[in-house]
Design a binder for this molecule. Structure first.
Ligand SMILES: Cc1ncc(COP(=O)(O)O)c(C=O)c1O
Length: 373
């Protein structure tokens, strides 16, 4: 099979004339910063996820931070979360002065294991911060039960999960509040950007207040707030991307099913799992390479063929220098997270990848694995 193009990237923002035209309209409108376009984006996004309120922010990290802050989490509190995620998840807990408590993942979905959460509860536990890693939702039904029994908040890091579903409901409406990212590589993008969704009016109001210098009425500042606003330029892109999201997610799912079918039964490779109650939106298509000589060799060989891959993530968070220095380890040693960090490999799955290209990527993975083991 001939290579479909010289280089296949691991991510490719899907931007067309519609986004360009929407930005043009905002640029010529004279309202570049916060304004009605941002409010429209918030309304549409809330409607899409099935939440009452949405608060747009400058990026996913500020959305996480504001969500925790608006939820009243702070000094002396503990937040149970996953050690296998992007650093922003647990850093946001540190920003508000609380302590992230890491428990192991469930090895098939790579998401926080609800059974482990129970073992990590202390009188200081205030919330569970679940990540829907790679676009597969965490088991929010099991987590919600724990949260309700122990009077905790259930918070979602939905940065990778626009359009994902658990038990028929969308990410962003599965807990007390959720934070999204619209970074350039995400399932939908505004370049940089973020959103908090919630049904809690007070939480939304507080997030709005803190987002814009604690300002209640013009130049009346009632709290120590921040500038975490999204621009109208970004919101205009977001509105168009939101319209496209279902189509983009369907293309991701089609590519994932091609990769799954082609790689099925291949010794030394474990394809992604989708729970029967879940809709996976494949922000990343992640295989586990258990065969020797392993993930890094496969990665180098694919790179030489012009197939970009990535490792999400090469270290469990407690193994990052910052967390080692802070002395924050997993409470249970998190063997599954640490093993996953050495085995996972993300293959291209983005909507810009055509079906033939997906088949080609899979055929090369197969060839290399069969040659090397
Ligand atoms: C799981 C997770 N949480 C949080 C973030 C932070 O989002 P941002 O990069 O928009 O600050 C990201 C994205 O990069 C992410 O993947």
């Amino acid at each position: 099979m001939a290579p479909p193009r010289a280089r296949i990237k691991i991510a490719e923002p899907q931007i067309g004339e519609e986004e360009v035209e929407a930005v043009r309209r905002v640029l010529l409108s004279g309202r570049l910063a916060h304004g009605p376009v941002v409010e429209e984006f918030e309304e549409r996004f809330a409607e899409y996820v099935g939440a009452d309120y949405a608060v747009a922010t400058s990026n996913g990290t500020t959305a996480l931070f504001l969500m925790l802050k608006a939820a009243g989490i702070g000094e002396g509190d503990e937040v149970i979360t996953t050690p296998f995620t992007f650093i922003a998840t647990s850093n946001s807990v540190l920003y508000v002065g609380a302590r992230p408590v890491f428990v192991d993942i469930e090895p098939r979905t790579y998401n926080i294991d609800p059974d482990r959460v129970l073992e990590a509860l202390t009188p200081r536990t205030k919330a569970i911060l679940a990540v829907h890693l790679y676009g597969h939702p965490a088991d929010t039904r099991a987590l919600r039960e724990i949260a309700e029994d122990h009077h905790l908040l259930l918070l979602e890091d939905a940065a990778q999960a626009h359009g994902a579903e658990a038990y028929g409901e969308r990410a962003g409406s599965l807990g007390d509040a959720a934070a999204f990212s619209f970074y350039a590589t995400k399932n939908m993008t505004t370049g940089e950007g973020g959103m908090i969704t919630t049904n809690d009016r007070k939480l939304a109001e507080r997030a709005r207040l803190l987002r814009s210098h604690g300002e209640l009425g013009k130049y009346n500042h009632v709290e120590l707030g921040y500038n975490f606003r999204l621009t109208s330029i970004q919101a205009a892109i977001g509105l168009v991307q939101l319209e496209k999201l279902e189509r983009l997610n369907r293309a991701r799912r089609r590519n994932a099913s091609i990769l799954n079918a082609e790689l099925a039964g291949l010794n030394g490779v474990v394809t992604p799992h989708e729970e029967p109650w879940a809709r996976h939106v494949y922000h990343q298509y992640v295989i586990r390479v258990t065969a020797s000589p392993g993930r890094d060799v496969l990665r180098e060989r694919l790179e030489a063929l012009g197939i970009e891959t990535a490792v999400h993530y090469p270290r469990a968070i407690p193994d990052q220098p910052l967390y080692k220095r802070l002395g924050i380890d997993c409470v249970d040693g998190c063997p599954h997270a640490r093993r996953a960090a050495s085995e996972v490999l993300s293959l291209p799955v983005h909507p810009g990848l055509g079906p033939e290209e997906a088949r080609w990527v899979a055929s090369k993975v197969k060839e290399i694995i069969m040659e090397t083991i």
